[in-house]
Ligand binder design. Structure first.
Ligand code: PLP
Length: 376
């Protein structure tokens, strides 16, 4: 049997062996990180080692990392715990930001999928109430990188705090929390080779932050509950590997760019969302006009290639992409878009197999590839 090809790394990427080893080591040990005896202190040391490596990945201090149960929890906690009632978000944020508060003001994006900075300035100037601005570092569907440092500059003039969801960017591009200037940053372990169900909020020292859940004093009172020590250890190990592997991102971009070039050769009408702007090196969002993404997805799955359709929601059903709609895509354009996301296990052969299967499909199903019906 031919091995399947996995090109859905933005949904989740395979765990790094070092992360699995770190988790196994913790699972063979015993101890609650809050206990004062030797076992507890050894467990606390593991958590603190992971805290230091996660902090290093984003240029922060270990004391400013708050471990959470994933990216969704981290986003919700910041949006509800920053103490600002007025929340301003971009139109392409992940649902864990969009649905975290009611009544957020939404800033449009350009056709390339980049936040409209003029619109942000105007929206912030429209109210004297200091708010919280939440803008992601890179979009999960298109990979488009957002001008977060510019967002911070504009937000500061309006006295606003800034949160940045860096879930998709971490491990794919270098992140320096200080250079970005944001107050809060969100991370998720499973997008960078760690386990699912672990994430972090990274705080700028001194920013307002109310814990999302109350109970014990874990995480310096910023997130109650016994720590997921195995998960945190896996996150820490994955963060170390991800930081070392950042230099191989350029090779991924070469694979992705060749893939897009090859698709365009076969299908001149294929549309690449955000293709004209700065993107993550691993992500491509491609529409095959006139062919439903669900049809493409199933045919590719049968051919042994796993990709994703626009935005797949948690129930596994495909819903219209708010990201592509915000970029001005028509309903039918958005409904024919696939997300192909490469990762650390991706080879040139994998990409070649995707291009082959996608091209076969295009020749069979695309209206543009069928010969025009001769006039009667
Ligand atoms: N933010 C972005 C941009 C994401 O892509 C995701 C997951 O797809 C999340 C947040 C949620 O992270 P988690 O799966 O850890 O809850």
């Amino acid at each position: 049997m031919i091995d399947s090809v996995y090109l859905d790394h933005n949904a989740t990427t395979p765990m790094r062996p070092q992360a699995i080893a770190a988790m196994a080591e913790v699972m063979h040990a015993v101890g609650n990180a809050s206990s004062v005896h030797t076992f507890g202190r050894a467990m606390r040391a593991r958590v603190d080692r992971a805290r230091a490596t996660v902090a290093t990945l984003v240029g922060a201090k270990a004391a400013d990392i708050v471990f959470t149960g994933g990216g969704t929890e981290a986003n919700n906690t910041v949006l509800q715990g920053a103490g600002r009632r007025r929340v301003v978000i971009s139109a392409i944020e992940h649902d864990s930001v969009r649905l975290a508060t009611d009544g957020a003001v939404v800033v449009p994006v350009t056709a390339d999928g980049v936040i409209d900075l003029d619109a942000l300035s105007h929206l912030l100037a429209a109210s004297s109430e200091p708010g919280l601005v939440s803008v992601m570092l890179a979009n999960n569907e298109t990979g488009v990188i957002q001008p977060v440092a510019d967002v911070v500059r504009i937000a500061r003039t309006a006295g606003a705090l800034v949160h940045c969801d860096a879930v998709q960017a971490a491990g794919k591009i270098a992140i320096d929390m200080t250079a970005l200037g944001v107050d809060y940053l969100t991370l998720s372990a499973h997008k960078l080779g760690g386990p699912q169900g672990v994430g972090a909020v990274v705080l700028r020292p001194g920013v307002p932050f109310t814990a999302g859940q109350r109970g014990g004093g874990q995480e310096r009172g910023r997130r109650a509950g016994t720590e997921n020590t195995a998960g945190i250890a896996g996150f820490g190990a994955a963060a170390t590997v991800a930081a070392e592997a950042l230099s191989s991102s350029a090779a991924l971009a070469v694979l992705r760019d060749k893939m897009e070039h090859d698709l365009a050769q076969v299908a001149p009408d294929a549309q690449i969302f955000g293709g004209g702007t700065s993107r993550l090196p691993n992500t491509s969002c491609v529409a095959m006009p006139g062919v439903a993404a669900t049809t493409q997805l199933m045919a590719l799955d049968l051919a042994g290639v796993a990709v994703s359709a626009g935005s797949a929601c948690s129930s596994g059903k495909v819903k219209p992409s708010h990201v592509l709609a915000a970029m001005g895509a028509t309903e039918s354009e958005a409904a024919s878009a696939l997300r192909i996301s490469l990762g650390w296990t991706t080879t040139a052969d994998h990409v070649g197999r995707f291009v082959g299967a996608w091209s076969d499909l295009y020749r069979r199903l695309s209206p543009a590839s069928r010969p025009a019906t001769a006039a009667a």
